[in-house]
Design a protein around this ligand. Sequence first.
Ligand SMILES: Cc1ncc(COP(=O)(O)O)c(C=O)c1O
Length: 462
Amino acid sequence: MPYDYRRIADRIAADITAGRLRPGERLPPQRKFARRHGIAASTAERAYGELVRRGLVVGEVGRGTFVRAAEGGPVGRALTEATSGGVTSGAAAGGVVGVPASSGAVAAVNMELNYPSAPGQSELLAPALAPLLRPDVLTEALRPATGTAPAREAAAGLLATPGWRPAPGQLLFTGNARQAIAATLASLVRPGGRVGVEALTYPLVKEIAARLGITLVPLETDEEGLRPESVRGARLSALYVQPTLHNPTSVSTTAERRAQLAVIVRELNLPVVEDRIWSFLDDSGRDPLAALVPHLTHVVDGLSKRVAPGLTVGMLVVPERRAEVVAEAVRSGGWNAGRFALEAGVRWIEDGTVERLVEAKRADAGARQRLVAECLGGFRVRCDPRAYFAWWELPAPWRADTFTAAAAAHGIAVTPGRAFAVDPHRTPDAVRLGLASAAVPELARALRTLAAIARAQSSRPS
Ligand SMILES: Cc1ncc(COP(=O)(O)O)c(C=O)c1O
C-alpha cells in the first residue's frame, strides 16, 4: 500500500508540537528522509509540502527545510522540561477544545514519563539515608565494588514470589533496569542477531537493540498475552518479554500461555529476558516465567518504579551458569550500579520502606485507574486496574500522531502507538497514557481534556 503523505506529515508535526524537533532544527533532505523511511521521494516531497502548508516548517532554497519557531513560545520545551503544574488551556480551563496552545500560557502534564511517587515518599526515604552520611559509613559506600552479600540477600528477598526465590549468587546490579536489559542482551546476542519481542514493546528496547546492532522480531500477541507458537520458526537468538503488566497494554500473559511458552523455549533452548519492572504492582502472587525455565530466564527488575528514578538500582537475576558472562557485559558496558545507590537501596529494603512504598503505590495506581474509568468511560481503553498506564484505542477518525499533537497543544504529553510498535508499517492508532507522574488533580483535568479532544473530532463528519 502506498504511504499516505499526510500521515507522514502528521508524525513530523507531532514531533514538532511535542518539542522533539525544535524551532530552527533542519529536517533531513527529502531524498535522505525517503530512503530512511523506505518511501518514494515524491511522497517525502508531498509530506514536506504539507508541513509548509500547515505553517510548521519553512523551506529555504539551497539550505533545506527548517522547523518554524512557534508563535507564543516553545510549547515543546514546556512539555519536556516541566514536571508539574495545572492544565490551563483549552477545555481544561473551561475553554474550547482546539484552542492552540500558542494562544496562552501552557502548563505541562507529562503522561509520557511514568515514574510514580507515593505521598510522603521523601519523608519515608530520608531516615535510612542519614546514617550513610557518617564519614566511616560513607567511605565504605563510595567504594567501587558493585554488589555485596547483604545486597544480594536483600534483593533476593524483595524479588521473591510465592513459588520462586532467586539464589543470591544469581543476582547482579546495574544502574537501572534499562542498563540491565542492555547488558543482558549484549551478553546473549551478537550484532546481527534476532530477538523476539511482543509486537508492541517498551520503546527503549528498540533503541537498545538498534545500538547493539540487534534486529527485533515482532511476535503476535492477543488479550491473553504473547502467542507462544509465534516463537517457533522465528529463528531467534533470544526473547525479550513482559509477561506481567506489559507496557503499554497492561496485559498479563495467562498461566496457560506461560506454560506453553516455557515448553517451546525449553525445546528451542532459547534464552529469555523477562522484564518485571512493573510486576510489583501485581498483588496476585503470580510467579515469573523464571520459575518455569530458570536455566534460560534472565529477570530484569529494579527500584526506579518502586522507589524513585533519581537514586535507583537495576537488578538482574541470571541463570547461575551465566552469572560471569553477564557480569562481564555489565562491567564492560559501564553499567554497574553505583555503590552509594546500592547501599541506600539495601537499607530501604531492609527497614521495610520499599514494602511500604509498594503498598502505597498499589493503592495509588488503583485510584488513578478509577479516574481513567470515570473520565474515559465509553472509549476503548485497555487497562488493568493495577497498572500505572492505559492503552487507548482512539475513536475514528483520530490517528495516534494527530491526537498526540492535539494533546500537546493542550499541554499534555502522551505517547503515540508507533513508539511501541516494532514493525514501523503496523502502527496502531492508539496512545499510551502514563498515569504515574502527574499529581492526581492534574491527571483528572488532563483526562477530561483528552476525552473532550477525542469527542470533538470524532463527532465531526469526516
Ligand atoms: C517495561 C519497562 N522496562 C524498563 C523500564 C526502565 O526502568 P529504569 O528506569 O529502571 O531503567 C521501564 C520504564 O518505564 C519500563 O516501562
